[in-house]
Design a protein around this ligand. Sequence first.
Ligand code: FE2
Length: 729
Amino acid sequence: MFKHVEYSITTWILQLTGQSHKTSCIKGGIREENVYQKSSSSEELLGLINRILLLSRVKMVDYKVTVSTVNIATATTFNNVYIKLVGTDGESDRTWLVSVKGALSFVRGAVSTFTVSCPASIGKLVLIELSLQHIPLFGEDSWFPAKVEVKSPEGDTYNFPIYQWITDSEVHRFREGTALKVSEDNHHLGKYSREQELKQREENYRWHVYAEGIPHCMKAEDPTDLPAEVRFSFTKASEFRFTALTGLAELRLKGLAESTENWPDIDSINRVFCCKQTDILDYVQKHWKEDAFFAYQYLNGVNPILIRRCSALPDNFPVTDDMVFPSGQFSLADEMKKGNIFLCDYKRLDGLKANIINGKQQYLMAPLVLLHKTPDDKLMPVAIQLKQTPAEDNPIFLPTDSEYDWLTAKIFVRSADFNEHQLNVHLLRTHLFAEVFAVSLLRNVPSVHPLYKLLVPHTRYTLQINFLARARLISETGSFTLFAASGGEGLVTLLQRSQSSVTYSSLCMPEDIAERGVEDVPNFYYRDDGLGIWDIIHRFVQGVLSFYYKSDAEVQQDSELQKWISDIFEHGFLSQACTGIPQSFKTVDELVKFVTMVIFTSSAQHSAVNTGQYDYGGWMPNTPISLQLPPPTTKGTTSEATMLQTFPAVNTTVQGMATMWLLSQQSSDFVALGQYPEEHFSEEIPCKLIKDFQGELEVLSAVIKARNKSLEVPYTYMDPTEVENSVAI
Ligand code: FE2
């Protein structure tokens, strides 16, 4: 929030004493408006005027001021709170808010009413100023006000959304809740505060290059560098200890974290599952070897964005009819024509330098997986080649191979999938882009702008969780760097390769599904639920934005909006026009589509790729984060013993489990998609659109819950009640 430290003499005093309310001066050739004129004798003058008013029995007018404090731990202040009302025709005095509640006026959840008196109406309210005066007895505390409502003597009600921490004794200004684009913000006080706010925000939120070739991030050396309003709440911070050690303790695996031994048998892995089972994890443990379940995860596991329809085999994957249809019941050409063949290609991992863990070289493959949709609508894997270049020592593994040849091939695929999923699908395509959308919003769009009001709830906690991910997961000593196959040198390379494969259409679900040719795949709940959510978000965004933008020209002329997208293009997509990411907005429709993508990515898409991490990754054989032996180069050399030697060591396994458990936890201050506990909008139409949005999400949730009842493995990750409003974990 923007601040100033000069207290002005109130306008009405200035008016009464014949002084101008505002002055202007020329500084360095630039005309500067000195809105808040300083007066060293303001207190004296105020006392004098008050006495004059009393004596002359001037009738004061009263403003009823209702202040709400957010109902979360530590939101309370016991210090003195001051307010000044600023209107088009003047200002109130800086008034100490005192009520019969005394020191309890601003405790968490309190709604307290006060009177602010002025000698005359101050016109239409433009902004308020709030400040704390610390009382030595109570020490310095931080206050988290929710909103202020002011009823004027004319009977009008003005809402001031706050939802920001006040931690110091400086003056903080907050605008009246009616959303205003820059062209509509005509009052000089409004314009001034808008400029000041953006100036302050540009200082508070700075871009930083973490590594070349990946999205820029928020500059911060420590979580305390983050402005208070974007930091975790006390509840979230105290629940969330972002270290694998916490996860290990919770899972009672601490004793295993130092063991660099191999797993002696599957039963030993079983025994570490003494607690924290989920229904799906239990299912995974029982079914991880099955082909149908292996294929199912491409549709409804944590990486549902890789599978594509295959209309021609890639040159480097020489699968033949004899291999996949040995009894001659189908031909690949026919099945491809019918749209029954699918491909999962991990080419991004090709040649990636694998990690060294416990002093041992690890192995990470870049497989190709061919899948067939059978006549009974089941998706089944039919061929796996573990390296990109076909060769004699790179056999194509088949379901007809020996049990351990085929299972080992699938284990290498699952391990490749973990690394592709974590860095590309999860970190880059949700966390890092969500941070870019947020930082650009905070730097370029003031809180009175309709886009800020629409998007700020979808940025909650994103900057802090990403800071923690950089510090504790992918830093030199981070658990991903130490224990994942793509940790170390390969990490940035994989992120860079992923970044260069991102397109705008791949971030927009309806286009992505069409481009991948997976519109008709049966039992694809990620697609069904995701498209439902996309449509609902799109209708909501269209309603809100077309209320504020009546024509394409209004979009084109909104300099703050244009700066938001141009910064996203530059800092998020590294000015690559080939991504298809807009560099500017020309139409309302373009804006609506992009904002839909931003909300979808930050909520539903993140939930789809985040929430199931422990469900599908908690049982290590289904998702080994690294592998210790190279894949077989000929068939017939594998056994249970080689599989156990291939699996990650005990410490690597439990670190992976602990991290995935931690990242799948829901915080008790979780806010579901479409819930807006912070009321940023004041106007009737957007408030009604929010209600409609919530109603539609509720209906979709009921449909998903009903469908899940009949499923062997329920798909809950895109149930709107389970989707968080922002990337917060
Ligand atoms: Fe996440």
